[in-house]
Ligand binder design. Structure first.
Ligand SMILES: Cc1cc2nc3c(=O)[nH]c(=O)nc-3n(C[C@H](O)[C@H](O)[C@H](O)COP(=O)(O)OP(=O)(O)OC[C@H]3O[C@@H](n4cnc5c(N)ncnc54)[C@H](O)[C@@H]3O)c2cc1C
Length: 579
């Protein structure tokens, strides 16, 4: 019984609309009705948060709104009748980390994703910050998993042969008083949260540690536990290592329905047949509330929050050595806070020096009814540029080589939902994983795998588990002597395909040999980075397509950029390409 229900009803009727029905369902606050404005729907959900309830079920409809969910084109019986011990739904960083963790046991694990590759949603559309977690609250799951996840990255990145740079993160101060008022508060909070090593840097030391710091900076807080990783490469690495250890990675596989009897999942309907798992793990990102609903275990609602980032040319790498942003208390007189929800729900990002030596600038945080709209728009780009050119003072529009957006799976409680099933026995929720989900994923995976083993019972360790995975060598980072060793072994490493990123044919073939099937241009891009440079694939795409077609033994016309709808049309297959 939610004692505050009447209070919540009154608040929502007064502030939003009397048309909203507010009731209790399974210990949650249920909101129903229809409104014509998305922000009012989100505000109603926020007003319904209550400590006594299990969560908010916000089923208020947006008048006239419909978003067709992306679905794979294929319908066959490829997986019909499979009986995995565990079915993981979603192959983002969370699902892939869980799959790898579960492969440490002798279990039949199926990792299903509706996309044509792993890491297609938020897990490839983020800043790559391994967060310090200074903005989190001690009571949040976000803090618990961020703290543990952050610490796991050194070992994991080594095992999976993935570049990880513990550059540290920086908060820049504009006014001297911030040192005396804000720094002690941040320091105190870091102690309460168990974040080690924070220190104040005066202007001189700040410039030494962060030569890209703006001229107006009077000092800053250096947080040494912050780091950077390539989120898509790391997700691919987790999936590859899981696959090498026996996990069945099933792409183009959408979960359409879940059959539950007496609080237990009996079968799961997919576009590739009926599957009968003993246990289901829900790691479906922005769709995790829908999966929980199908499984009769929903206690939360996802309200998608979109973020846009700019990618700057590698020539701008000196703009930041760390991941830096101005203090949230620093406001310039002419600063506008129009589109990013007053910065309340972004961990900062700011100016990020990526492991691939690009600079990321952003992200925004915009509430949207769309779960899968990753489009970019001028307003967001101008907003980020206007706000963060104060921090990266040398930045100019010509530095931007491209933009991208991703969508965070925010819940109204603004926390993760990582737990065993409440109403359904054989499900584990790894849901609502918004920022800092990249950082937290390895720790979430440890708990989920432990709970899965407990729920399944009598699970033996997989003695042949191999934690090591070899990444694709990146010849551009090597000296001449090292390159020659590779080229001697395999002359394909000597043939440059992508001139901007200096990626060789050998690296692309390595990407194609991934234990997780690679079908598209973008899947190769996520593994070896051809097309990630200044020309954005203008020169190398036709060559990469040719290599891919030869490797697969299919006509080049069948090669797509991303999913089935993204055919690339040709004028001249030897060179030019009309997309
Ligand atoms: C702009 C932005 C910046 C961010 N920056 C950072 C950062 O710097 N550091 C950090 O720690 N975190 C960051 N985050 C958060 C982080 O990206 C996410 O928390 C994390 O990627 C979530 O991973 P996931 O696996 O839960 O979800 P996702 O990566 O979204 O994966 C979910 C998967 O489920 C699949 N799926 C959904 N429904 C179905 C279905 N019915 N059947 C089959 N498959 C299904 C989808 O296809 C998808 O691949 C950022 C997020 C955004 C958007």
């Amino acid at each position: 019984m939610i004692q505050n229900l009447e209070k919540i009803r009154k608040k929502i009727h007064k502030q939003i609309s009397e048309e909203i029905k507010v009731s209790e369902q399974n210990g949650c606050v249920l909101l129903e009705g229809e409104l014509s404005d998305w922000h009012s729907i989100v505000n109603a959900g926020t007003l319904a948060v209550d400590k006594q309830s299990l969560g908010v079920l916000n089923d208020i409809k947006l008048k006239g709104f419909f978003e067709e969910e992306k679905k794979p084109d294929v319908e066959d019986g490829l997986y019909d009748g499979l009986t995995p011990d565990v079915l993981i739904i979603g192959a983002g960083i969370v699902g892939c980390a869980i799959a790898r963790e579960l492969s440490k046991y002798k279990l039949d694990v199926m990792l299903a994703d509706k996309g044509y590759d792993v890491a297609l949603a938020a897990s490839s559309r983020n800043d790559g910050d391994i967060h310090v977690g200074i903005d989190l609250k001690a009571s949040q799951q976000k803090h618990y998993y961020n703290d543990r996840g952050n610490r796991l990255y050194d070992k994991l990145s080594e095992e999976l042969d993935c570049a990880f740079h513990r550059t540290g993160h920086m908060i820049i101060f504009y006014k001297k008083w911030e040192k005396y008022v804000i720094f002690p508060l941040i320091k105190l909070k870091s102690k309460m949260l168990g974040i080690p090593g924070l220190r104040y840097l005066n202007k001189k030391n700040l410039q030494k540690t962060e030569p890209g710091a703006p001229s107006w900076a009077v000092g800053g807080v250096f947080m040494p536990t912050g780091g950077e990783i390539s989120p898509y490469k790391f997700t691919v690495a987790l999936a590859e290592n899981a696959a090498a250890n026996g996990v069945n990675v099933c792409l183009n596989t959408i979960i359409k329905g879940i059959d539950v009897e007496n609080g237990e999942i009996k079968s799961v309907r997919t576009n590739r047949g009926m599957v009968y798992p003993k246990l289901v793990v829900n790691a479906a990102g922005v769709f995790s509330d829908r999966i929980a609903e199908m499984a009769g275990d929903r206690t939360f609602t996802i309200h998608p929050r979109k973020g846009t980032n700019l990618i700057l040319d590698k020539k701008c790498k000196a703009y930041a050595a760390t991941s830096m942003n101005k203090s949230p208390f620093t406001k310039f007189a002419d600063e506008k806070q129009k589109i990013d929800d007053k910065g309340k729900h972004t961990k900062g990002g700011g100016i990020v020096h990526t492991v691939d030596n690009n600079v990321l600038v952003g992200p925004t945080a915009v509430e949207t009814p769309f779960r899968e709209d990753n489009s970019t728009d001028k307003q967001s780009v101008d907003f980020i540029y206007g706000k963060l050119s104060r921090v990266a003072e040398k930045m100019c529009y010509g530095d931007i080589i491209t933009y991208f957006s991703g969508t965070r799976a925010a819940t109204y409680e603004e926390d993760f939902v990582v737990r065993k099933g409440i109403f359904t026995r054989n499900i584990i929720e790894a849901a609502g994983i918004q920022s800092p989900g990249l950082t937290a994923a390895p720790a979430i995976a440890e708990d989920v795998a432990k709970w899965a083993a407990e729920l399944l019972g009598n699970v033996e360790p997989n003695d042949s588990f191999n934690p090591l995975r070899k990444g694709i060598p990146h010849l551009a980072d090597m000296n001449e002597e090292q390159r020659n060793v590779f080229i001697k072994k395999n002359p394909a490493y000597g043939e440059i395909i992508c001139r901007c990123e200096e990626i060789s044919r050998g690296e692309i073939i390595d990407a194609l040999n991934s234990p997780v099937p690679v079908y598209t241009l973008d899947a190769i891009k996520r593994r070896a980075r051809p097309g990630m440079g200044r020309c954005q694939g203008g020169f190398c795409s036709p060559l990469v397509m040719k290599i891919l077609a030869e490797y697969k033994g299919v006509p080049i016309e069948q090669i797509t950029k991303a999913d089935d709808g993204s055919a690339v049309l040709f004028g001249d297959t030897k060179g030019g390409c009309n997309e």
